[in-house]
Design a protein around this ligand. Sequence first.
Ligand code: HEM
Length: 104
Amino acid sequence: MAVADPIIVSAGESEERLERTWSERRGIYRWFAPVHHTTIGKMYFVTAGIFFLLGGILAALIRIQLSRPENNFLGPDRYNQFFTVHGSTMIFLFEGNASTSGRR
Ligand code: HEM
């Protein structure tokens, strides 16, 4: 089997390629193709914050339901749904993103 020819490029071209590969995209593409670990870490951090807020809203609604006996604020089915979504959100979407945000 023939060995592939090495790609020979000039120093200037190689530097320009390197620059292009590692530069951040502009506009909306920046959110879908981040290059720097710091940017990716910040995105995880913000995502974790958003899910903590959403899970927190559910926790507050659960707390209201539990604040009085025989309370009909949520009702049994919605209580179970909010409980489940709160738990899953906090573990997988908040904690998952928060712990990954520090791993860059
Ligand atoms: C890291 C994971 C979690 C965080 C940060 C978190 C956070 C919170 C917070 C801040 C509250 C409000 C506290 C209160 O109202 O007394 C709360 C309440 C609650 N959470 Fe979580 N939670 C997590 C995981 C879970 C899981 C896995 C479940 C169940 C599967 C769960 C079930 C509940 C329930 C039932 C309440 C209402 C308790 C009450 O108010 O008496 N949470 N959570």
